[in-house]
Write a protein that binds this ligand. Structure first.
Ligand code: PXG
Length: 293
């Protein structure tokens, strides 16, 4: 095998340098397409079916007819990981509307393109899992359900990118995104949880939170570990005055937050419920998932 990364592109594993998409692809021209970010640990793909289910829901919502079945897509993910000789890492699975003429009309694109990248990733330095992150509130809002549903993991992430830029400029790694009502939706690429009086609380999907795969893992772990968990509308006041705060996401996993807009959360160190959930998450990630084969 050559050293070059192998990319799965439209039915073939090709070298990275040969993995090319047309400049007429509507994924590039209009952000017309969808994606998933998936993790694999110890030779197993974590929550693979759930990610592929969500990909197909995004496809349905934007009228993109997937030319592959869900089980074929699962196999493609595993095949790409195997071809790169990896056991731990991150998969980026992208489906574009495909190549067509200039003009918004998606029906000018006869065939969607799909590609799959398998690589290593470490989003946040390890020390942040021990010390915790600081957040700011971003001025950029999470789009409302009256626009393209924020549930669609589309290729147009510019809103989130701009919110992320605000964080970087402020010298922090993540930020709170509010919805149009001004209540908390989520962060730029992560779900937010707070803990108040022993109850774990996360914003409702209808408040603009993505129906996160890691979010669902936290619900499972809480049920198993006998921790109360609810979805509720959260204000910034609720976050500022919480006992604990943490974020979840495929890339970030489960990471503590110790300061928000200069307010210390709890005693300013990662909380006990967070620690229990991180332990549960790491066990779950190491011991479950679809074997790459
Ligand atoms: N909110 C948004 C807007 C996301 O895109 C999450 C929450 C976390 O969801 P999961 O299902 O992963 O628990 C996401 C997904 C990256 C990257 O490159 C990660 C995401 C999105 C875009 C880029 O790290 N996370």
């Amino acid at each position: 095998m050559s050293d070059s990364k192998k990319i799965w592109l439209d039915g073939e594993l090709v070298d990275e340098a040969a993995a090319k998409i047309s400049v007429f692809d509507h994924g590039l021209l209009y952000g017309d397409g969808i994606f998933e970010g998936i993790r694999f640990y110890n030779g197993r793909v974590f929550r693979l079916e759930e990610h592929i289910d969500r990909l197909f829901l995004s496809a349905k919502a934007i009228l993109l007819k997937m030319p592959w079945t869900q089980s074929e897509v699962c196999d493609i993910v595993c095949e790409t990981i195997r071809a790169n000789g990896l056991t731990d890492g991150y998969v980026r699975l992208v489906v574009t509307r495909g190549s067509g003429g200039l003009g918004l009309n998606p029906y000018l694109c006869p065939t969607p393109s799909m590609f799959c990248i398998a690589a290593s990733i470490q989003l946040y330095p390890e020390e942040h899992y021990e010390k915790g992150l600081e957040l700011i509130t971003c001025a950029t809002r999470r789009p409302s359900h009256a626009t393209l549903s924020p549930q669609v993991k589309s290729l147009n992430y510019l809103n989130n990118v701009m919110a992320k830029v605000e964080c970087i400029k402020a010298g922090v790694m993540e930020g709170l995104m509010l919805n149009e009502e001004g209540t908390v939706a989520e962060c730029t690429g992560d779900t937010i949880f707070i803990v108040k009086n022993g109850v774990v609380i996360t914003p409702k999907i209808s408040d603009g939170a993505l129906d996160g795969i890691t979010r669902a893992v936290i619900f499972d772990l809480c049920e198993r570990q006998d921790i109360d968990i609810i979805e509720d509308t959260l204000t910034r006041y609720d976050v500022y005055t919480s006992d604990e705060c943490f974020l979840t996401g495929t890339a970030a996993e489960v990471i503590p937050v110790v300061k928000v807009d200069d307010r210390e959360i709890g005693d300013g160190t990662p909380g006990d419920i967070f620690k229990e959930l991180l332990k549960g998450f790491r066990e779950e990630a190491a011991n479950t998932g679809v074997e790459i084969g």
